[in-house]
Design a binder for this molecule. Structure first.
Ligand SMILES: [Zn+2]
Length: 115
């Protein structure tokens, strides 16, 4: 059951001026507003005093997405070869040097090579 919510406290938290004490319902209400306005977890946590882990329980879509296994032909694949002490395969070496060159020359980095 939702208790009494002090809307002024919620508004102050949303604006980054949270009062010294807020009830859990008020924190949740403030977090709701901030999520709807596309604030990030760190900012919402700072404004509401709610731990990031709890925020991602309340709003699962805010949780960092797990990356899948690195694939060959990507920079992550290249790094995986190295962390395993292997020589990188041609696909991975090509991906890594392409991304490296793009970074050095301030060119756009192809997304599929860093996935
Ligand atoms: Zn590879």
């Amino acid at each position: 059951m939702r208790g009494h919510i002090d809307l002024v406290a919620v508004e102050r938290a949303v604006n980054g001026e949270a009062p010294a004490y807020m009830t859990p319902d008020e924190k949740r209400a403030a977090a709701d507003v901030l999520v709807k306005n596309n604030f990030g977890v760190k900012e919402i946590s700072e404004r509401t005093g709610v731990r990031p882990a709890l925020l991602t329980q309340w709003f699962p879509h805010l949780a960092p997405q797990r990356l899948g296994e690195p694939k060959c032909g990507t920079v992550r694949g290249y790094r995986r070869h190295h962390s395993r002490g292997e020589k990188a395969c041609t696909l991975c070496r090509t991906a890594n040097s392409t991304v490296d060159r793009a970074r050095r020359t301030f060119q756009p980095i192809p997304n599929e090579l860093v996935a």
